[in-house]
Structure formats: C-alpha cells, structure tokens
Design a protein around this ligand. Structure first.
Ligand code: HSE
Length: 433
C-alpha cells in the first residue's frame, strides 16, 4: 500500500499559492500524526516566473497542463483556474484518467455539477469542492457528514465576503463604496473580476451548490433571482439604521411547505439585533435549519488566500486517506439529483419591502403612490417623509406589510410611469431572519 499520494496543482494564483504554502511549508498538517504524506509534485500555470513567495519543489513548475493530466504518478489534481472552460474539460479528462479532482470553482460546480458528479461516479473517483462555498468554513462537510440525518428545511446567509466587507464599511464606518471595494481587492477577498461579487453572481453560485447538497435540487442557475449591491446607497443604509435594520446581501434556499424549493440572492434588510446583522467585514455566516437538529450557524472567513487554501487541502487529505486505505470513494460526496423537486417561482413569494421614492413635494403625490399599492393589494406599514423639498424633490420611504412579489413587480412598473416620481424607485426586501 502507498504511503505517499502525489498531487498536481493547476492554477497558481492567489489560492494556488496558499495551497502550495500549506503543502510545501515547514509545518505540513498532513504530516502531523497521519500515516501518509502528500507530495505536491507539479504546478501548472501560464505564468511560472512571478515569485509567489512560496518555495516549491525543484522542477515542479510547468506551463503545460498535460504534464499533470498525463502523469501516471499523480492521483489527485487540484483545479484552481476558475471559469467554465477549459476547467470543465480538464476535470472530465482527469476523471477519465482515473484521477480525483479537488476544486474551488463554484461557477463550474453550480452550472455543470450534475454532469461532473455523474462522470466522477462512472470513473469511481472523487470530486470535492469544499473551497467553492464559504472558503475556510467546513460547511459542505458539516452538511454532508454532520447533518445528514436531517431533512434540511432552510439554508441561508451571507455567502460573499467582498460585499459584506463593502456593506460593513459603508454602514459601520461611513465609507464610500468605491474606497471599500478597492480595499477588499487589495486584501484579496474579491474575485479577479469583482463584478461577480458585486452583482451577486458569486453568492448565486454558492446558494445553488448548497441547494444541491441540502435538498438534492439541481437548480437552473439562470432562473434563480439574483440582485447585487450595486444600487444600495448611503441613504438606504441610513434609513435602514433608523428603522432598526442592517443591509446584508443574503442568499436563501428553502423547502416550502408544499415541498417546492425557493432560492434567491438579494440585498436584504435584516433586524439590527439579528445574528446576520452582527456578521461584519469579510466574514460569512450560514444558518441551516434541519428537522432534527433545529437551527445551526456556521461562521468564519469565507474568502481570502489561506482560508480558501485550507478548504482545498482538507479535501485533498480526505481523498488521500481513502486512496491509501483502499476505501471506496466517499459516496456521501456523490450527489444524486432529485428530479422530482419543483422550484417555487420568485413571483409567488410573500415578502415585506422597503421602498424609497424621490418624489415631487406637493399635494396628491403620496395619494398617487398609495393608490398603486392599493390596486395591487399591497398594504403599507409605515411612511417616512422628512424635511422640506430641495429642488422640488423629497425622499419618501415606505415599508410594506407582507405582499406577493408578483404584485410588487406590477406596482414597480406602475411607479415607473408616474411623472411625480423621479428616477428609479429603490426596493429592498425585508427578512426577519
Ligand atoms: N470572492 C469571494 C468572496 C470569495 O468575496 O466571498 C471566494 O468565494
């Protein structure tokens, strides 16, 4: 039986360098008290000249991915190149060659998970992706191994560190959006293209993966409602505070009473005294509600070089221990789609809303707005209009009772036609979480 498992790394960016630091460092965790040793023997990247501040074995660097795919000694490949292609093709080729794959590629797992899990199963190899959701938090393991006796009812939380860092900087420190974003990029939380953080698509990928794990749901990522934080302003943040809320980018997946699955990502008003409101900076938090266990919250660093590398290496260690003991691939890692599950359309949800209008300050304006709410069966909870108009327009803030999302969308279209209202009406959903 082998006692050394050889590993190849494809993608030597920020997380790749973190992985090399752990695997090639002085205090190799896989050498402490274990009967086996991991050996990172090859690293492929287009750029092999930049110094990443980590000592890698002599001759390990290559620009050719084939040097890793075709190496019969390598049992485990770490894919850290991101994106759909060529990552998908590399992963399928690795499986065909009998190699297990560890990835942090949430976009790939979210979009092509069904195909890749089937291919891994056919090849009798493992495909592990702990690092794809919430970096250093052992969340997927928690669901797979710790909560597998439960029927999961809900899984929701703050899944993106960059946007949480930005919202915290704006809310707590009164900083400007662009300044905090630049800082998040410097600190290495943000994706190479931060649009995927800001637009919510990073959190969307993660909630789709979590819905697969929690419910067996194979959600079509293009059909899940997703809004980012681009339009959240300091004004909204100040109103939220005044009303007893904090704004967070929440990702939510739930099993409805009728068994249908709802999933969505959007900025959300959460009560200021809630656990989610207390999650600051780049931290992530995920609440899972299981039928047996009740509510559990996972909290930790969801982004950054070393937290993400920590998750990658722990997956490698899991696979290595199975290879070395001759145990079958971890069947709990093989996800079977439950094709009987139906999705709940976003328009069918009942939610509470915050709306901010910029409207003319004259009689009849509020009446016009209220009429639209009444016509669409939406009940108003409270209205705030303060101060006198500057240049004729004033902000009007309205909180509603629970209303149907479809009705609210129709009302929003009608608000857009009012000539007493200037610009786009701001709408943020409210969640008691
Ligand atoms: N860019 C992500 C975040 C980290 O900010 O949470 C990787 O998923």
């Amino acid at each position: 039986m082998k006692d050394i498992v050889k590993v190849g790394l494809i993608g030597f960016g920020t997380v790749g360098a973190g992985v090399a630091k752990i695997m090639c460092g002085q205090q190799k965790p896989h050498l402490r008290g274990r009967a086996f040793c991991l050996d990172l023997i090859k690293i492929a990247d287009l750029d092999i000249t930049t110094d990443r501040g980590v000592d890698v074995p002599e001759g390990a660097l290559t620009t050719r991915i084939e040097d890793i795919l075709d190496d019969p000694e390598i049992d485990i490949i770490i894919e850290l190149i991101g994106g759909y292609e060529p990552a998908r093709q590399i992963t399928l080729t690795a499986f065909e060659k009998g190699k297990s794959v560890v990835t942090a590629n949430k976009a790939l797992v979210a979009k092509h998970g069904s195909e890749l899990f089937r291919a891994a199963t056919r090849a009798n190899v493992s495909y592990m992706f702990e690092a794809s959701v919430c970096g250093g938090i052992p969340l997927l393991r928690g669901i797979f191994d710790g909560l597998n006796a439960n029927i999961i009812e809900s899984i929701h939380g703050i899944l993106n560190g960059t946007t949480n860092y930005i919202l915290t900087g704006m809310m707590r420190d009164g900083l400007e959006y662009n300044d905090v974003l630049a800082r998040a990029q410097e600190l290495g939380f943000a994706e190479a293209d931060p649009t995927s953080d800001i637009s919510g698509s990073d959190a969307l990928n993660k909630i789709v993966i979590l819905a697969r794990l929690a419910f067996g749901a194979s959600l079509d990522i293009d059909k899940v409602h997703c809004e980012g934080i681009e339009n959240v302003t300091i004004q909204d943040i100040n109103y939220a505070r005044e009303l007893g809320y904090t704004i967070k980018l929440l990702a939510i997946a739930r099993r409805n009473d009728d068994g249908r699955i709802e999933a969505r990502v959007h900025p959300t008003f959460v009560p200021s005294d809630s656990v989610m409101a207390s999650v600051e900076d780049e931290f992530n938090a995920v609440e899972i509600i299981g039928d047996a266990v009740g509510s559990e919250i996972f909290y930790g660093k969801g982004a950054g070089m070393m937290p993400t590398a920590s998750a990658v290496v722990s997956d490698v260690m899991d696979i290595a221990s199975r290879i070395l003991t001759g145990a079958p691939v971890n069947v709990s890692r093989i996800i079977i789609d439950d094709n009987s599950l139906e999705s709940l359309d976003f328009s069918e949800l009942s939610l509470k809303y915050y709306l901010r209008f910029t409207a003319l300050d004259r009689s009849g304006v509020l009446a016009g707005i209220s009429k639209i709410f009444g016509d669409e069966n939406i009940s108003i909870e409270s209205v705030i209009q303060k101060g006198k108009a500057e240049k004729d327009h004033v902000p009007i803030v309205i909180m509603t009772h629970e209303a149907r999302e479809g009705d609210m969308q129709r009302a929003m279209n009608k608000f857009g036609e009012l000539d007493t209202v200037r610009g786009k009406v701001q709408l943020i959903r409210v969640q008691k979480i």
